[in-house]
Ligand binder design. Structure first.
Ligand code: 13P
Length: 249
């Protein structure tokens, strides 16, 4: 049976009190299902509340949306991997398109962040994906390959196998336009080929970008998808509990 991962990226929403209330509802509406994991990426201030609220559920895990690569020091406003671990995080998103395009994060930044996450035993979830202009110019695969090489090029097989890749085409994020299941699947195949070329066969590959209750079943019918990374449709705990129960072929 496929082990499906449903990851919620709350972005800059849901404070600590709201996170506690969210988990009360979510835990009541969603009991563990074999072959499914539900992960949550709250804003850093809510990680501890979320991790506490998710405890004793082996199918649930909390992560941070970003980390800085230095472990500690004079970096005002930043959160390091060891600090996130102290708050209860067990995973970190790295290179989310909003980090890349709103905050100017580079491939080299993502490389340092993946290394820092792994050094602190956080699961690194690397986000990759092309802009609309890059897609229209036929550069999707070149962009994704460049982002993979930039962030993961120096890792050995064991480290690569611990990474999760989230393919999130920038034009599909928060726009209501999602890639067709076939589009997503084609890029996932390329991502797996990149990994296989380096001897890695275990890394999970998720899809993200305007995933919702209406399209999740069709997307997850593609066996290339090991799960989904979801923004807007994860903010309501009742709707998210339903989405996590999407029937999968
Ligand atoms: P939406 O699901 O709101 O399009 O966001 C996707 C995303 O960026 C998840 O990381």
């Amino acid at each position: 049976m496929r082990q499906l991962l449903f990851a919620a990226n709350w972005k800059m929403n849901v404070g600590p009190d709201e996170a506690r209330a969210y988990f009360k509802t979510f835990r009541a509406r969603y009991l563990p299902h074999e072959g499914r994991d539900a992960w949550f990426f709250p804003p850093a201030v809510s990680v501890e509340a979320a991790a506490q609220a998710a405890r004793e559920r082996n199918d649930m895990l909390v992560g941070v949306q970003d980390i800085y690569w230095e472990p500690k020091g004079a970096f005002t406003g930043e959160v390091s991997a060891p600090l996130a671990v102290q708050a209860g995080a067990r995973a970190a998103l790295i290179g989310h398109s909003e980090r890349r395009h709103v905050f100017g994060e580079t491939d080299e930044d993502t490389r340092k962040k993946v290394a820092a996450a792994q050094a602190a035993n956080l699961v690194a979830m690397l986000c990759v994906g092309e802009t609309l202009a890059e897609r229209d110019a036929g550069h999707t695969l070149a962009v994704v390959n460049r982002q993979l090489s930039g962030a993961l090029g120096g890792l050995d097989v064991a480290a690569l196998d611990r990474v999760i890749i989230a393919y999130e085409p920038v034009w599909a994020i928060g726009t209501g336009k999602n890639a067709t299941p076939q589009d997503a699947s084609a890029v996932h195949k390329e991502i797996r080929a990149w990994l296989r070329g380096r001897g890695a066969t275990r890394a999970r590959v998720l899809y993200g970008g305007s995933v919702n209750l209406k399209n999740s079943a069709a997307l997850l019918a593609e066996h290339e998808l090991d799960g989904v990374l979801v923004g807007g449709a994860s903010l309501d705990p009742e709707a998210w509990a339903q989405l996590v129960q999407t029937p999968a072929a």
